[in-house]
Design a protein around this ligand. Structure first.
Ligand SMILES: [Zn+2]
Ligand SMILES: [Zn+2]
Length: 184
């Protein structure tokens, strides 16, 4: 489906690569959320509560995610499955939705990135920043490998986020940090 990733393009609204402004920039959000929106639009008469409460497997993961976003958590008042980091209700809703597998590695990367950026306080800052850096390339069709994820996170932890954010290709071609050069 995404055998040939396209180039990541700048967003006309925020000026960053499309996806990096997720979820606050509306144009980035529109580009990133496309698979969720089209799956939801394909449901006849969709009801968020009904979709979120249905037995696992009744609806595709995209629809379950989209339903959760439209619901408020009774425990913390935040977006369900993305509210307060210590909220039991959100943790339970989040765990349940991940029982639904994505069909492809690309979908999994997109879903993981979006989950991290919608609930950034659930993760170490470097994790959310790593996905923010990578999301434009995922939107364009790339699937970052585990090694790529680790490498970008290492660079982020080393304080190179701003530097990586200026690159318009997958930020993996940078020379390794000096203290990591011996690591193969
Ligand atoms: Zn944008
Ligand atoms: Zn909650």
């Amino acid at each position: 489906m995404h055998a040939h990733p396209a180039a990541a393009k700048p967003c006309a609204t925020c000026g960053d690569l499309t996806g990096r402004g997720y979820p606050s920039c509306p144009d980035c959000a529109r580009a990133v959320d496309r698979p969720w929106e089209s799956a939801w639009a394909a449901l006849p008469d969709p009801d968020p509560e009904q979709v979120a409460d249905a037995p696992s497997g009744d609806y595709p993961w995209t629809c379950v995610d989209w339903a959760l976003r439209q619901l408020r958590c009774a425990g913390c008042g935040g977006e369900l499955a993305a509210g307060a980091p210590d909220c039991v209700g959100c943790a339970a809703a989040d765990a349940a939705r991940w029982e639904l597998a994505t069909a492809t590695a690309h979908e999994r990367a997109l879903r993981t990135a979006v989950a991290a950026l919608r609930a950034p306080t659930w993760h170490r800052r470097a994790v959310a920043s790593t996905w923010r850096l990578l999301l434009p390339f995922v939107v364009a069709g790339s699937v970052p490998s585990r090694a790529a994820l680790c490498e970008v996170r290492t660079q982020v932890v080393a304080g190179r986020y701003e530097e990586l954010a200026t690159l318009d290709t997958l930020p993996l071609e940078l020379p390794l940090l000096p203290w990591r050069r011996s690591v193969v």
